[in-house]
Design a protein around this ligand. Structure first.
Ligand SMILES: *[C@@H]1O[C@H](CO)[C@@H](O)[C@H](O)[C@H]1NC(C)=O
Ligand SMILES: *[C@@H]1O[C@H](CO)[C@@H](O)[C@H](O)[C@H]1NC(C)=O
Ligand SMILES: *[C@@H]1O[C@H](CO)[C@@H](O)[C@H](O)[C@H]1NC(C)=O
Ligand SMILES: *[C@@H]1O[C@H](CO)[C@@H](O)[C@H](O)[C@H]1NC(C)=O
Ligand SMILES: *[C@@H]1O[C@H](CO)[C@@H](O)[C@H](O)[C@H]1NC(C)=O
Ligand SMILES: *[C@@H]1O[C@H](CO)[C@@H](O)[C@H](O)[C@H]1NC(C)=O
Ligand SMILES: *[C@@H]1O[C@H](CO)[C@@H](O)[C@H](O)[C@H]1NC(C)=O
Ligand SMILES: *[C@@H]1O[C@H](CO)[C@@H](O)[C@H](O)[C@H]1NC(C)=O
Ligand SMILES: *[C@@H]1O[C@H](CO)[C@@H](O)[C@H](O)[C@H]1NC(C)=O
Ligand SMILES: *[C@@H]1O[C@H](CO)[C@@H](O)[C@H](O)[C@H]1NC(C)=O
Ligand SMILES: *[C@@H]1O[C@H](CO)[C@@H](O)[C@H](O)[C@H]1NC(C)=O
Ligand SMILES: *[C@@H]1O[C@H](CO)[C@@H](O)[C@H](O)[C@H]1NC(C)=O
Length: 820
């Protein structure tokens, strides 16, 4: 501590007085109403913080400030006279005649004052150091706080401090400013503050350079900042709460443990979170921003994205090119990028094909968004109809974000970013490359093209449906082509297998290779000549029914690639034969394990939790990660296949519905799906939406935890009754119960119940489910009573696939579209 360091010949005397202080702990005060001289201090009630004079490292100057009392490393969190040091030990901190706390030097000059209203009555105030590190000036009669150091931080944000604009509290913006250097607390070059625009953001400014922004956190959605993926509810130890009724302040709170921690603004311009490690007897850095070069504000200029894992860091967004190619290629990216092709809406003669959107995934969204609270389809429409709108994004807690003008400071994040849809001229989509669609920008582009096609194809399908239903095979194949974009090129990307090849691979579809029987036909295991194992779904020749499902499945699945979706390798169309070829899943499906007491042992809780997470991610991909919304409509344990590493893959997209998003829910006359997994609004009214998949997900979750089937919805009723008794242990499959994970298991039941709530609106979105699963959100809402589906006639009468075709235990049930 500087206190000690600045001593010279008085070392012994002072050391003795320190000793005195420490042996007379009980007499150390947390408050004062008189004077403190240079060697006197006060200490907070639980001895966490101390207030008095100190000297910074390598300095002899004296400052009044607050530091951690209980640790060995000098850590000052607040300074009073930061730019007016005292050069000797003549300084005095006192509660002055007018009731303010003042710091004066030997000549009684006021160097610093709390400077609150002069109408405070004399001798009526007391200063107290709270255990949070807050120094408060109190009115003795009322205990009201007249002033708090928490409202005037220097370089540190402490837990439970209001950070940011807090007008009502009269504190102005509780910004933090760096010290000049570690020996000089006077204001340095950098300031961090909460900025309230359409979306609150934390920003770092360079005071010395016209207050330019150095870094921004990205938009706040009520739970996290878009650009700081690790500041995530629960995962991060602090929670920031932007609170509207205190006029946009951010509160930091933190996990209830005794670890000391805070954020501070380092003199070099980093905001660093430090946690005290008792083991190392030192601070450890928890996080730091800017974290990498891409975090530097507008590193790549406009219309470019930055990715710190790539070299070069910067690339123009597709459809844009460097403004100054030479500078760009020399690594001077400040000029950014410009549009290659003028937008259709900007043309004089606006009669060509409309502009469309390219979707970039996992983005830190650009600066300067404006906000409205409309639905995603509405958001897209608004943007499309307004020529000045160059991009939009939509997300939980963000609503509809719209950009006009230019896009700056966007970044490709590793995870948890947002989708950003950027307006491009229609012609930009034609030049799409032929490579299989992969994750990232190219995927998004591909999907967008597909979206347009599907929109088109949907109307064709609709028309045809009206005319005649049981269409013949050729028409169906044409439909595949239509769905695939009107041109056969798309379809050609999907490998076509010769009938002979598949016949040979499956030993002429021999019964011993039969894996299972689905609603649309049997599934066979096969082995290609190269040795690759495959699963072949042979659609029943007779039924016109099923062909539509084939079409859907081909289109949906061939365009989507995700670790948690089963991969379609190709199809075969020969004469009347229609077959789909998938990767082979050696570990069968989830129902094979969880409902079988013998097999249940093979999936311990950790594995099951991973499986739950995987299903969630796969579903999230279907619902959120593409511009298309894909509703699976038949989520159930038997449609979750497991690969050799027990990674779950959602399969069977035969019933999936794709929509572009101009409808949030749709209605169908034909209710298909599986009894027990169907949401009530779908089963009864044929109404389906993302929330009907969430229902299925909830049922699977509860089945995984309990090891019981939701036959006739009895599981839901059972879980609900147990949940209300608060005694969940009896519910959990004894094979997996592990005290260690009780909290996690409980959370899964909780989420499961939220997903099966009766009202679709009450159910969380898949993205919410995923984020709750992976974090320690404290305030998950209480579930309402789940939907117990009455076992009435509607279902069975309308459900065309309700025949009980449950596969035996040695079957992989790839197409098990069966009722229970
Ligand atoms: C501060 O006050 C204490 C007791 O009031 C006294 O013992 C000490 O010498 C004083 N120190 C200075 C530097 O004036
Ligand atoms: C301390 O600062 C005062 C002015 O604040 C100055 O008059 C005095 O000479 C300085 N003393 C030393 C020892 O530097
Ligand atoms: C106190 O505040 C007034 C204005 O409110 C300002 O003029 C004055 O300089 C301040 N005094 C100190 C010591 O900060
Ligand atoms: C405040 O207290 C001091 C000493 O305790 C006393 O000298 C002074 O007169 C008091 N002032 C008022 C206005 O009561
Ligand atoms: C919020 O700030 C505005 C002015 O910026 C003020 O008019 C309003 O009263 C404040 N609201 C609260 C709750 O402090
Ligand atoms: C500082 O910023 C202002 C407004 O943003 C601008 O007008 C001015 O030219 C800038 N000055 C410098 C030196 O960059
Ligand atoms: C920079 O911001 C600080 C704090 O908001 C302000 O005091 C200062 O005047 C600003 N400087 C410029 C040049 O805008
Ligand atoms: C923190 O936990 C302790 C004991 O577990 C409890 O007494 C205390 O009230 C908690 N504090 C807060 C702020 O939740
Ligand atoms: C602060 O800015 C000044 C002027 O630009 C510069 O000389 C100094 O090195 C900067 N300090 C730090 C710590 O960056
Ligand atoms: C404490 O950690 C810092 C880095 O965070 C390091 O520079 C310093 O040497 C460490 N101090 C001790 C005493 O280990
Ligand atoms: C970077 O390029 C811009 C033009 O794009 C130019 O104005 C600027 O001077 C260049 N900076 C450097 C350091 O070359
Ligand atoms: C657009 O209109 C102009 C004149 O009206 C015509 O020459 C041109 O061919 C049209 N372009 C398209 C794509 O229809």
């Amino acid at each position: 501590m500087g206190l000690h360091e600045s001593l010279n010949c008085f070392v012994l005397v002072l050391a003795l007085s320190c000793f005195f202080l420490s042996v007379s702990l009980a007499h150390e005060k947390a408050f004062f109403s008189g004077k403190l001289n240079d060697s006197e201090t006060i200490v907070s009630s639980f001895r966490t913080f101390r207030f008095g004079f100190f000297s910074p490292i390598n300095s002899k100057s004296r400052y009044a400030g607050i530091w951690y009392n209980s640790i060995s490393v000098e850590t000052v969190i607040w300074v009073a006279n930061k730019d007016k040091p005292i050069n000797d030990s003549s300084g005095i901190i006192s509660v002055s005649e007018d009731g303010n706390v003042v710091v004066t030097d030997g000549q009684r000059r006021v160097l610093w004052s709390t400077n609150v209203s002069t109408r405070i009555r004399a001798n009526s105030t007391v200063a107290e150091l709270l255990d949070s590190g807050n120094l408060v000036l109190k009115e003795v009669y009322t205990d009201a706080y007249l002033w708090e150091s928490f409202k005037y931080p220097t370089d540190s944000w402490l837990p439970n401090m209001l950070v940011g604009i807090n007008e009502r509290a009269g504190g102005g913006n509780a910004m933090i400013t760096s010290w000049k250097n570690p020996s000089d607390p006077s204001p340095g070059n950098y300031t961090a503050a909460l900025v309230l625009a359409a979306y609150p953001e934390l920003s770092i400014f360079n005071n010395n350079n016209n207050n330019t922004t150095v870094w921004r956190s990205g938009s706040w959605n009520g739970q996290m900042f878009n650009g700081i993926p690790d500041v995530y509810p629960g995962v991060f130890l602090y929670r920031f709460i932007v609170n509207d009724d205190t006029n946009g302040s951010v509160t930091m709170s933190y996990a209830n443990d005794s670890t000391l921690r805070h954020f501070y603004m380092d003199y070099r311009g980093f905001v660093i979170r430090r946690d005290w490690s008792e083991a190392r007897r030192n601070w450890t850095v928890g996080s730091q921003v800017p974290a990498n070069e891409c975090d530097i504000y507008s590193r790549c200029g406009q219309f470019a994205t930055c990715n710190h894992r790539k070299s070069p860091l910067c690339s123009c967004i597709r459809g844009f090119k460097p403004k100054n190619l030479r500078e760009w290629n020399n690594g001077n990216w400040t000029g950014g990028c410009i549009r290659k092709v003028i937008l259709q809406c900007e043309r004089q003669n606006n009669n060509g094909s409309a502009d469309w959107f390219l979707t970039l995934q996992r983005m830190k969204l650009p600066d300067f968004a404006s906000r409205s609270e409309v639905s995603e389809p509405e958001c897209l429409k608004t943007c499309l109809q307004t020529c000045s709108c160059i991009a939009f994004a939509h997300g939980l807690g963000y609503g509809c974000m719209i950009w006009n003008g230019s896009l700056v400071d966007s970044q490709e994040l590793d995870a948890r970013g947002m989708d950003l849809s950027i307006r491009l001229a229609h012609s930009e989509f034609k030049t799409q490359d032929r490579r299989p669609i992969l994750i990232g920008t190219s995927l998004a582009g591909g999907i967008t093209v597909l979206a347009v096609c599907v929109l088109l194809a949907r109307s064709i399908v609709m028309k045809k449906r009206v005319k005649k239903k049981g269409t013949d095979a050729e028409k169906m194949f044409k439909r595949v082509e239509a769905l695939a974009g009107g041109n056969k090129e798309k379809l050609k990307e999907l490998p076509l297998f010769e009938f002979q090849v598949l016949a040979a691979a499956t030993d002429n579809f021999s019964l011993k290779n039969k894996l299972g029987q689905g609603g649309f036909g049997p599934v066979f295991k096969g082995k290609l000549q190269e040795g690759q194992e495959i699963a072949v779904k042979r659609l029943s020749q007779a039924s016109g029914q099923g062909l539509e499902e084939l079409v859907t499945e081909v289109v949906v699945i061939s365009k989507l690639q995700h670790r948690n979706l089963v991969k379609l390798l190709g199809c075969c169309i020969a004469g009347e034969e229609r077959m789909l070829v998938y990767e082979f899943m050696p570990k069968k499906s989830l129902d094979f394990y969880i409902f079988d007491p013998m097999q249940a042992k093979l999936l311990d809780w950790k594995t099951r939790f991973k499986i739950i997470n995987g299903i969630c991610r796969g579903l999230l991909y279907l619902h959120r990660d593409s511009r298309l919304i894909i509703i699976h409509r038949d989520l159930k344990a038997s449609n979750i296949l497991l690969d050799e590493n027990l990674i779950p893959k959602i399969s069977d997209f035969g019933l999936a519905k794709i929509f572009l998003g101009n409808e949030d829910e749709a209605n169908t006359q034909r209710v298909v799906g599986t009894y027990g997994y169907m949401a009530p609004e779908y089963a009864m009214g044929g109404l389906f939406s993302e929330k009907s998949d969430v229902f299925g997900l909830g049922v699977i979750l509860l089945e995984i935890v309990s090891g019981r089937r939701n036959s006739h919805s009895t599981l839901l009723a059972y879980v609900w009754s147990i949940w209300n008794k608060g005694e969940i242990n009896g519910l959990v499959d004894p094979e997996i119960f592990d005290q260690l994970f009780e909290k996690e298991i409980r959370k899964c039941i909780h989420i499961g119940l939220l997903c099966v709530q009766d009202a679709a609106n009450d159910r969380p979105s898949v993205s919410t489910v995923c984020s709750i699963l992976n974090s320690e959100v404290a305030d998950i809402p209480e579930p309402k009573q789940p939907a117990y589906m009455p076992r009435n006639g509607i279902l069975e009468a309308e459900s065309s696939e309700s025949s009980d075709l449950k596969a035996s235990t040695n079957n992989v049930t790839i197409t098990d579209v069966s009722g229970r």
